[in-house]
Ligand binder design. Structure first.
Ligand SMILES: [Cu+2]
Length: 267
Protein backbone atom coordinates (compact mmCIF):
# COMPACT_ATOMS: atom_id res chain seq x y z
CA UNK A 1 0.00 0.00 0.00
CA UNK A 2 2.79 2.36 0.96
CA UNK A 3 4.58 1.52 -2.27
CA UNK A 4 1.46 2.22 -4.31
CA UNK A 5 1.07 5.62 -2.62
CA UNK A 6 4.70 6.45 -3.31
CA UNK A 7 4.40 5.63 -6.99
CA UNK A 8 1.20 7.68 -7.21
CA UNK A 9 2.93 10.69 -5.65
CA UNK A 10 5.89 10.15 -7.97
CA UNK A 11 3.58 9.99 -11.00
CA UNK A 12 1.69 13.16 -10.02
CA UNK A 13 4.96 15.01 -9.35
CA UNK A 14 6.31 13.91 -12.73
CA UNK A 15 3.17 15.13 -14.51
CA UNK A 16 3.35 18.48 -12.68
CA UNK A 17 7.08 18.74 -13.44
CA UNK A 18 6.63 18.01 -17.15
CA UNK A 19 3.74 20.51 -17.34
CA UNK A 20 5.83 23.25 -15.73
CA UNK A 21 8.74 22.49 -18.05
CA UNK A 22 6.52 22.69 -21.16
CA UNK A 23 4.75 25.78 -19.79
CA UNK A 24 7.99 27.69 -19.34
CA UNK A 25 9.82 26.41 -22.42
CA UNK A 26 7.20 26.18 -25.15
CA UNK A 27 6.05 29.59 -26.30
CA UNK A 28 2.87 29.61 -28.36
CA UNK A 29 2.43 33.37 -28.32
CA UNK A 30 3.66 36.03 -30.78
CA UNK A 31 6.51 38.45 -29.91
CA UNK A 32 6.15 40.53 -26.74
CA UNK A 33 6.12 44.08 -28.02
CA UNK A 34 4.55 46.19 -25.27
CA UNK A 35 4.82 46.69 -21.51
CA UNK A 36 1.55 44.77 -21.14
CA UNK A 37 2.76 41.71 -23.00
CA UNK A 38 4.97 40.11 -20.30
CA UNK A 39 2.27 40.72 -17.65
CA UNK A 40 -0.37 39.05 -19.79
CA UNK A 41 1.95 36.17 -20.68
CA UNK A 42 2.46 35.39 -16.98
CA UNK A 43 -1.26 34.60 -16.71
CA UNK A 44 -1.24 32.69 -19.98
CA UNK A 45 1.64 30.52 -18.75
CA UNK A 46 -0.13 29.69 -15.49
CA UNK A 47 -3.37 28.79 -17.33
CA UNK A 48 -1.40 26.78 -19.88
CA UNK A 49 0.35 24.83 -17.09
CA UNK A 50 -2.95 24.10 -15.31
CA UNK A 51 -4.38 22.92 -18.64
CA UNK A 52 -1.35 20.73 -19.28
CA UNK A 53 -1.52 19.10 -15.83
CA UNK A 54 -5.19 18.25 -16.43
CA UNK A 55 -4.61 17.08 -20.02
CA UNK A 56 -1.62 14.86 -19.24
CA UNK A 57 -3.25 13.62 -16.00
CA UNK A 58 -6.50 12.66 -17.75
CA UNK A 59 -4.64 11.02 -20.64
CA UNK A 60 -2.64 8.90 -18.18
CA UNK A 61 -5.84 7.85 -16.37
CA UNK A 62 -7.58 6.98 -19.67
CA UNK A 63 -4.63 4.94 -20.97
CA UNK A 64 -4.17 3.21 -17.58
CA UNK A 65 -7.90 2.37 -17.45
CA UNK A 66 -7.83 0.95 -20.98
CA UNK A 67 -5.43 -1.74 -19.83
CA UNK A 68 -6.37 -2.15 -16.19
CA UNK A 69 -10.12 -2.49 -16.71
CA UNK A 70 -10.10 -4.47 -19.97
CA UNK A 71 -12.84 -7.03 -20.39
CA UNK A 72 -11.58 -10.36 -19.17
CA UNK A 73 -12.44 -13.51 -21.13
CA UNK A 74 -15.71 -14.89 -19.86
CA UNK A 75 -16.77 -11.64 -18.19
CA UNK A 76 -20.37 -10.78 -19.00
CA UNK A 77 -21.06 -7.49 -17.26
CA UNK A 78 -19.58 -4.46 -15.58
CA UNK A 79 -19.71 -5.97 -12.10
CA UNK A 80 -21.46 -4.44 -9.11
CA UNK A 81 -22.41 -0.80 -9.60
CA UNK A 82 -20.59 1.71 -7.42
CA UNK A 83 -22.68 4.22 -5.56
CA UNK A 84 -21.25 7.30 -3.93
CA UNK A 85 -17.73 7.98 -2.81
CA UNK A 86 -17.74 10.87 -0.39
CA UNK A 87 -13.96 11.19 -0.20
CA UNK A 88 -13.63 11.36 -4.00
CA UNK A 89 -16.53 13.79 -4.33
CA UNK A 90 -15.02 16.13 -1.74
CA UNK A 91 -11.65 15.99 -3.53
CA UNK A 92 -13.07 16.76 -6.97
CA UNK A 93 -15.14 19.63 -5.62
CA UNK A 94 -12.57 21.27 -3.37
CA UNK A 95 -9.54 21.13 -5.70
CA UNK A 96 -11.26 22.71 -8.76
CA UNK A 97 -12.90 25.33 -6.49
CA UNK A 98 -9.50 26.36 -5.13
CA UNK A 99 -8.00 26.46 -8.66
CA UNK A 100 -10.88 28.57 -10.03
CA UNK A 101 -10.67 30.95 -7.06
CA UNK A 102 -6.90 31.39 -7.45
CA UNK A 103 -7.20 31.92 -11.23
CA UNK A 104 -9.96 34.49 -10.64
CA UNK A 105 -7.96 36.49 -8.09
CA UNK A 106 -4.80 36.23 -10.18
CA UNK A 107 -6.64 37.43 -13.34
CA UNK A 108 -7.90 40.43 -11.37
CA UNK A 109 -4.35 41.18 -10.27
CA UNK A 110 -3.10 40.93 -13.90
CA UNK A 111 -5.90 43.19 -15.16
CA UNK A 112 -5.07 45.70 -12.45
CA UNK A 113 -1.36 45.63 -13.32
CA UNK A 114 -2.24 46.19 -16.98
CA UNK A 115 -4.07 49.33 -15.92
CA UNK A 116 -7.60 48.01 -16.28
CA UNK A 117 -8.74 49.28 -12.89
CA UNK A 118 -7.25 52.74 -13.16
CA UNK A 119 -9.36 55.83 -13.64
CA UNK A 120 -9.61 56.87 -17.27
CA UNK A 121 -8.69 60.25 -18.51
CA UNK A 122 -7.24 61.40 -21.71
CA UNK A 123 -5.05 64.22 -22.75
CA UNK A 124 -6.84 65.24 -25.92
CA UNK A 125 -8.22 68.35 -24.26
CA UNK A 126 -5.40 70.45 -25.71
CA UNK A 127 -6.74 70.15 -29.24
CA UNK A 128 -10.32 70.90 -28.52
CA UNK A 129 -11.44 72.20 -25.18
CA UNK A 130 -14.80 70.49 -25.56
CA UNK A 131 -13.06 67.17 -25.22
CA UNK A 132 -12.35 67.85 -21.58
CA UNK A 133 -15.95 67.33 -20.64
CA UNK A 134 -16.46 64.45 -23.04
CA UNK A 135 -17.32 61.21 -21.36
CA UNK A 136 -14.88 58.43 -22.01
CA UNK A 137 -16.67 55.15 -21.64
CA UNK A 138 -14.12 52.44 -21.35
CA UNK A 139 -10.57 51.46 -22.02
CA UNK A 140 -7.35 50.24 -20.56
CA UNK A 141 -5.57 53.01 -18.76
CA UNK A 142 -2.00 52.13 -18.12
CA UNK A 143 -0.66 55.63 -17.75
CA UNK A 144 -3.57 57.95 -17.26
CA UNK A 145 -1.91 60.11 -14.66
CA UNK A 146 1.35 60.64 -16.44
CA UNK A 147 1.91 62.59 -19.61
CA UNK A 148 4.25 61.55 -22.29
CA UNK A 149 6.97 64.14 -22.74
CA UNK A 150 6.69 63.87 -26.52
CA UNK A 151 4.76 66.42 -28.49
CA UNK A 152 2.64 65.51 -31.50
CA UNK A 153 1.51 62.26 -29.98
CA UNK A 154 -2.21 62.80 -29.94
CA UNK A 155 -3.79 60.13 -32.06
CA UNK A 156 -7.43 59.56 -32.84
CA UNK A 157 -8.57 56.32 -34.34
CA UNK A 158 -11.70 56.10 -36.48
CA UNK A 159 -13.04 52.69 -37.26
CA UNK A 160 -15.53 52.06 -40.03
CA UNK A 161 -16.64 49.20 -42.22
CA UNK A 162 -13.95 48.06 -43.11
CA UNK A 163 -10.92 50.15 -42.27
CA UNK A 164 -9.06 51.96 -39.53
CA UNK A 165 -8.01 55.57 -40.03
CA UNK A 166 -5.50 57.34 -37.83
CA UNK A 167 -5.88 61.04 -37.33
CA UNK A 168 -2.93 63.08 -36.04
CA UNK A 169 -4.67 66.36 -35.10
CA UNK A 170 -1.41 68.18 -34.26
CA UNK A 171 -0.18 67.60 -37.79
CA UNK A 172 -3.60 67.89 -39.38
CA UNK A 173 -3.27 64.73 -41.38
CA UNK A 174 -4.85 61.31 -41.57
CA UNK A 175 -2.85 58.15 -42.09
CA UNK A 176 -3.78 54.61 -43.02
CA UNK A 177 -0.93 53.30 -40.89
CA UNK A 178 -0.48 53.94 -37.22
CA UNK A 179 3.03 55.22 -36.46
CA UNK A 180 4.22 55.47 -32.87
CA UNK A 181 7.60 55.94 -31.20
CA UNK A 182 9.08 53.07 -29.20
CA UNK A 183 9.18 53.17 -25.37
CA UNK A 184 6.76 56.08 -25.15
CA UNK A 185 3.39 56.08 -23.48
CA UNK A 186 0.82 56.16 -26.23
CA UNK A 187 -2.79 57.08 -25.66
CA UNK A 188 -5.27 56.69 -28.47
CA UNK A 189 -8.87 57.78 -28.53
CA UNK A 190 -11.11 55.62 -30.61
CA UNK A 191 -14.48 56.22 -32.22
CA UNK A 192 -16.58 54.20 -34.60
CA UNK A 193 -18.44 55.66 -37.57
CA UNK A 194 -20.91 52.80 -37.85
CA UNK A 195 -20.96 49.53 -35.92
CA UNK A 196 -18.92 48.02 -33.08
CA UNK A 197 -15.34 47.21 -34.04
CA UNK A 198 -12.37 46.24 -31.90
CA UNK A 199 -8.77 47.35 -31.97
CA UNK A 200 -6.52 44.37 -31.37
CA UNK A 201 -2.73 44.14 -31.55
CA UNK A 202 -1.76 40.55 -30.64
CA UNK A 203 1.91 41.47 -30.13
CA UNK A 204 0.86 44.08 -27.54
CA UNK A 205 -1.65 41.73 -25.85
CA UNK A 206 -4.27 44.47 -25.85
CA UNK A 207 -7.73 44.67 -27.30
CA UNK A 208 -10.39 47.32 -26.92
CA UNK A 209 -13.86 47.67 -28.42
CA UNK A 210 -14.63 50.71 -30.54
CA UNK A 211 -18.23 51.68 -30.04
CA UNK A 212 -20.36 54.13 -32.07
CA UNK A 213 -21.28 57.20 -30.01
CA UNK A 214 -19.12 56.15 -27.06
CA UNK A 215 -15.44 57.03 -27.41
CA UNK A 216 -13.05 54.58 -25.83
CA UNK A 217 -9.40 55.06 -25.08
CA UNK A 218 -6.50 52.70 -25.05
CA UNK A 219 -3.12 53.33 -23.47
CA UNK A 220 -0.05 51.28 -24.16
CA UNK A 221 3.72 51.50 -24.31
CA UNK A 222 5.36 49.68 -27.22
CA UNK A 223 8.75 48.21 -26.35
CA UNK A 224 9.99 46.75 -29.62
CA UNK A 225 10.65 48.44 -32.96
CA UNK A 226 8.77 46.71 -35.76
CA UNK A 227 5.61 46.45 -37.80
CA UNK A 228 2.66 44.68 -36.19
CA UNK A 229 -0.85 43.94 -37.40
CA UNK A 230 -3.90 45.77 -36.08
CA UNK A 231 -6.86 43.44 -36.41
CA UNK A 232 -10.54 44.16 -36.01
CA UNK A 233 -11.66 41.64 -33.42
CA UNK A 234 -15.39 42.22 -33.53
CA UNK A 235 -17.49 40.64 -36.27
CA UNK A 236 -18.53 43.88 -37.99
CA UNK A 237 -19.88 42.82 -41.38
CA UNK A 238 -19.11 40.76 -44.51
CA UNK A 239 -15.54 42.06 -44.93
CA UNK A 240 -14.69 41.99 -41.23
CA UNK A 241 -11.94 39.47 -41.98
CA UNK A 242 -10.21 42.01 -44.20
CA UNK A 243 -10.35 44.82 -41.66
CA UNK A 244 -6.70 45.13 -40.82
CA UNK A 245 -4.11 47.86 -40.55
CA UNK A 246 -0.52 48.09 -39.37
CA UNK A 247 1.14 49.72 -36.42
CA UNK A 248 4.69 50.81 -37.04
CA UNK A 249 6.78 51.18 -33.91
CA UNK A 250 9.92 53.17 -34.63
CA UNK A 251 12.68 55.11 -32.94
CA UNK A 252 11.60 58.56 -31.81
CA UNK A 253 13.70 60.32 -34.48
CA UNK A 254 12.19 58.17 -37.23
CA UNK A 255 8.72 58.88 -35.88
CA UNK A 256 9.42 62.61 -35.87
CA UNK A 257 10.73 62.47 -39.43
CA UNK A 258 7.63 60.64 -40.55
CA UNK A 259 5.41 63.10 -38.68
CA UNK A 260 7.16 66.13 -40.14
CA UNK A 261 6.97 64.72 -43.66
CA UNK A 262 3.23 64.19 -43.35
CA UNK A 263 2.10 67.22 -41.40
CA UNK A 264 0.38 70.01 -43.24
CA UNK A 265 2.49 73.16 -43.17
CA UNK A 266 0.68 75.79 -41.17
CA UNK A 267 0.00 79.06 -42.98
CU1 LIG B 1 -14.48 45.91 -37.81
Amino acid sequence: MLNKNYSLILLISTIIGISFWIGFNVNLLPAEASINAPIYDELFKILFIIGLILFIGMSVIVIYSLFKFRKINGQNGDGIALEGNLKLEIIWTVIPSIIVLIVGLYSYNIYDRMGGMRELNHNHGMINSDNNSEKIWAGISQNSNENSGIQNLDIEVSAMQFAFLFNYPKGEFISGELHVPVNEKISIKMESKDVIHAFWVPEFRIKQDIIPGQPTILNFTPTKVGKYPIICAELCGPYHGGMRASIIVEELSDYENWFNQNKKTKV
